[in-house]
Design a protein around this ligand. Structure first.
Ligand code: ADP
Ligand code: MG
Length: 351
């Protein structure tokens, strides 16, 4: 370890002088290393022969990052022996350095977390710069509040270069309500100065018809996420299918268990691939302690615990909307207006 540290020092000293600041170079290097380490084939892992690789692929694990974030139980439930499960998960974790690390290394890893712009200045400000990668942001609100519009715009902004607030990556759109409109993407692409054809090409879309289908699509998504350089994973909407299929008290426990596993899978994919996770959620009226009704997101505590940031969208007059930050790990509550227009989600100056 100390030898490696010494090597780093020497390398840093040897960086030739250029117009770029040395600090910038080392950050870029770090990021390259980070992705290189994560993008190892599972068959490269010791102990993963072709038969195990096939079983793992059938279980939904085709890449080292997704395997590193798997649990032993998930693999054994899918018919993989416990010893093999333990071994391959441990090897995958070693390969991408998921284990005990120093706080100094943690800072480095955290610095790989990026912010994705909403494309709307005051909305970004509310979120302290944008949506965080390796984390799930939830937009909830009544029908027509603009959740799907926000998702569309994010599919475009994720493709922007980092200096423009994007992630220079692509989007995965899991649609459970059949409300994705590619024509809308074309309008928004123009707003952000992107070529229409490639912008559409860079969005991988799947419609889920049942909750089981929704679960299966995400479970099988890891190699596609890697191959298509996906940096934004959207599930619009995440809870609706579960609610309609498991209605009634007797199904509540099963529903919550499945929902929990699904959202956890989403979170782990976001962590594995340094992607931003987005879910949308409907609201139901719930009385507060004074007996007054107020709209509250569906899905109960399980959703509340898994998403890191919750944003409530409410309708104003005409195309005016108010976004309210109701949960954040590091920011105070706050709200901001925005408008939904032909060209997209607009910011304050245009109000
Ligand atoms: P939610 O997903 O929350 O149910 P949506 O994101 O579908 O709601 O938002 C619907 C709103 O977006 C409607 O008020 C609609 O008028 C507006 N909208 C959709 N497309 C356009 C457009 N091309 N130009 C302006 N407003 C639009
Ligand atoms: Mg919608």
């Amino acid at each position: 370890m100390s030898k490696d540290e010494h090597k780093d020092e020497v390398q840093e000293e040897e960086i030739p002088e250029t117009d770029e600041a040395p600090e910038e170079i080392s950050q870029q290097e770090q990021q390259r290393e980070y992705f290189k380490a994560r993008y190892t084939e599972i068959t490269d892992l010791p102990g993963v022969g072709s038969a195990t690789a096939v079983s793992l692929a059938e279980a939904g694990y085709r890449t080292t990052p997704s395997l590193a974030t798997a649990t032993i139980r998930e693999l054994t439930e899918k018919g993989i022996g416990e010893d093999t499960a333990k071994k391959v998960i441990a090897e995958a974790r070693k390969a991408i350095s998921l284990g005990f690390i120093s706080a100094q290394d943690l800072i480095k890893i955290r610095s790989n977390r990026k912010l994705l712009t909403t494309g709307c200045a005051n909305f970004d400000q509310l979120l302290n710069g944008g949506l965080e990668t390796e984390s799930i942001t939830e937009f909830y609100g009544e029908n027509g509040s603009g959740k799907t519009q926000i998702c569309h715009q994010l599919c475009v902004t994720v493709q922007l270069p980092e200096e423009k607030g994007g992630l220079n990556g692509n989007a995965l759109y899991l649609d459970t309500e059949g409300t994705f409109h590619p024509e809308r993407i074309l309008q928004m692409a123009e707003t952000f100065g992107l070529e229409p054809g490639p912008t559409l090409e860079n969005i991988v879309y799947a419609e889920a018809f049942t909750s089981e289908h929704q679960i299966a699509l995400l479970e099988a998504a890891d190699d596609m996420i890697q191959e298509h350089k996906i940096r934004l994973i959207i599930v619009d909407s995440a809870i609706a299918q579960f609610r309609s299929e498991y209605s009634g008290r007797e199904f509540l426990a099963t529903r919550q268990q499945k929902l929990n596993a699904h959202l956890n899978k989403l979170l782990r994919l976001c962590r594995a691939f340094n992607a931003a996770g987005v879910i949308t959620n409907q609201v139901v009226d719930r009385p507060d302690s004074y007996g007054q009704n107020f709209p509250s997101p569906t899905g109960g505590h399980i959703v509340g615990h898994t998403v890191h940031t919750r944003v409530f969208i409410r309708k104003g007059r005409a195309n005016l909307r108010i976004a309210k930050l109701t949960k954040s790990p590091s920011l105070p509550e706050g709200e901001t207006p925005f408008r939904i227009t032909e060209t997209g989600i607009l910011h304050e100056e245009n109000l």
